[in-house]
Every structure is written in C-alpha cells, then in structure tokens.
Design a protein around this ligand. Sequence first.
Ligand SMILES: *Cc1c(COP(=O)(O)O)cnc(C)c1O
Ligand code: SF4
Length: 349
Amino acid sequence: MEPWQIILQNSITTLDGLREHLDCDSNALLDVIANFPMRINPYFLKLIQHPGDPIWKQAVPDLAEIKDGICQKDPLDEENLSPVPNLVHKYPDRVLFLVSNKCAMYCRFCTRKRKVGTDKMIISPQTLNAGYDYLRQHPEIRDVLISGGDPLLLPDLEIASILKQLRSIPSIEVIRIGTRVPSVLPMRITAKLVAILKAHHPLYINTHFNHPNEITAESSLACTMLADAGIPVGCQTVLLQGINDDVQTLKKLFLGLLRIRVKPYYLFQADLTKGTNHFRTPTETGIAIMRQLYGHISGMAIPTYALDGPKGKGKIPLTPQYILEQGDTLVFENYKGEVCTYPEAGEGC
Ligand SMILES: *Cc1c(COP(=O)(O)O)cnc(C)c1O
Ligand code: SF4
C-alpha cells in the first residue's frame, strides 16, 4: 500500500473512533452517521485546533444534519439531468462525469450527500463505458469535469485508464478534475500521479479549500507539484455559516491560495441539500463580502460568487451592484463608494 492509502485506512469512521479521538457527545451522533457517512482521516484530524473550529465543523457530524426539514435530497436535479447514470449534462458544451464514489474526508455540507460514500452511488466499468459512449455520441461536448466523490481516490491505473479513454474522444478538448485531495489528503499527490495527469494535457484541476487553516506545508507542496506539471489549479470554495462567512477569513484564504499558485475560481452559495441547512448563509452576506474584496485585493484573488440554481437551472453570478444608472452616461459606484460616470460611445467626453 502507498503511504496515502495507509493514512486513509486509519480514518475515523465509527462512533468508537470518534469517542477515542474527539471530545464530543458521540452517542447522539449514531443516527447521523447511519444516514450520512463519516470519514475523518488522520491528516485532516490534526488540523483541528479545538472543538467546533472551522476544520471540525467541516468534518465532524452534527445532530442538525438529521433535523433538516427544509432542504432536498437532490436540489440540483442531477438525477433527472443524467442521460446515463453518473453523467450530468446540463450545459450545452460541457458535462459533469462522476467516476468515484469515495472521498478522503466526507464533508458534512456535501452537495451530493444523498449518495457520496454510500452504496447508493454505483460506479462500475458499465457506468464508465456508458459515459464514454454518450460522450462519443455528443461531439458538442468539449469539456468534461470528472468528479464524484473524488476521482483522485481511485488507484493510479484507474485514473490513467479514465484519462486515456477521454483523450481518445477527439471532440473533448479540455479535461477537468474536481478533487479535494490537495486540501484533505495532500500526500495523495505523488510524483507518479502527477506524471499520469501531465500526460493528458490540457488538463485542469478544480480543487476545494474552505479555510486558511487548510493551507499547510503539505497542501502547499501538493499544489506546487501540480502547478509545476503545468496543470492550472483553480479552487471552488463553499460559503459556510460559522466556518468562512466573514471577510477576514476569505481574504486570508484567497490570498493564501494565490501564494500557492491556486486561482480562486468559484465561491459557491450553499445548495439546498438535505442535511446541510445549518451551513447556509443569506446571499446578502456573500454579496457584502464580495463588495469588501473587489478593489481591495488583487482581482487574481477574487472568485466568482455563484449560486447553482435549484432544480438544475445552472450557475449564476451573484455580484454586488455597482451600476446606479444606465443611459447615455453610465453612473456607477467604485470600490470606495464614490459615485463615478462614464459617457457611453457616441456621447461627448
Ligand atoms: C458546475 C458544472 C459544470 C461546470 O461549469 P463551469 O461554470 O464551466 O465551471 C458542468 N456541469 C455541471 C452539471 C455543473 O454543475
Ligand atoms: S470532497 Fe466533495 S464530493 Fe467529497 S464529500 Fe467533500 S464536498 Fe462531497
């Protein structure tokens, strides 16, 4: 076994494990774990500084998960938007292709909580082949985002095989991998894995960091190895109540990511996923945070704050309103709140 597999094998997955390692009322959590799987690997466990801190809240089950009477199992309607199992075709030219049902850590706020890490999510050579067939029959698809679960939890050979299959389809221009491994199990980014990824360019990675405490020597090294292999690495962060829903935390996170050559790509408004209602923030909070970032830090460090529309309506940007009036002259506010004007084309200066 490789070192990362041994670390994973020592994860906390049971009540006994929780009791042994963390100071919490573990008995009350039996029902939660029965509904939604838990995996806290030793690397991520070490990042917890005290009970209830931002790392804890992402990883340790909470009773609120089974008291959520508001949200839905599949708020993005992914199952209905899948022409073949595990392949979501929602946009004209790109798809989401789920190739793994396991993660290095089960995030309590996961949008695919209904199935990730459970036997409800079946990935097999048959589902993979059905996906490749669909992609061959739909040459309008030029961008495939492989996700799961976490694709990088698969063995190297399986990853190589998936990438080779996708690369054999001429209409696919870009391959993207959605993975949380760089932040939750960075030692999975091995030289051998990087060599496999590098052989399938143009390949992009969308990783997922939520808090500055996830930027460590280990996660920095993982991202550096990917960047050195010419892989553009972007980050998808989820805006989470009590974890990162304030300017100082997000500013520190986004600037920290830039330093390790990761470009903040999306900041997601939390989806309406059953079991995650306690993580949701008002969109007003997110928009106010964005307003305090634009102009105040490098645009390079600023992601698009996006809402994934319920019922599969797609992502839309949630942007602070800078435009005050639109006519012959555009009247707008700048980042300092000063009112400014810009004469439209055809108007005098
Ligand atoms: C987010 C998403 C994509 C990728 O969207 P981008 O905005 O291009 O990053 C593709 N398919 C589905 C179903 C998605 O949810
Ligand atoms: S890594 Fe992604 S898919 Fe896996 S549990 Fe976390 S949010 Fe869900």
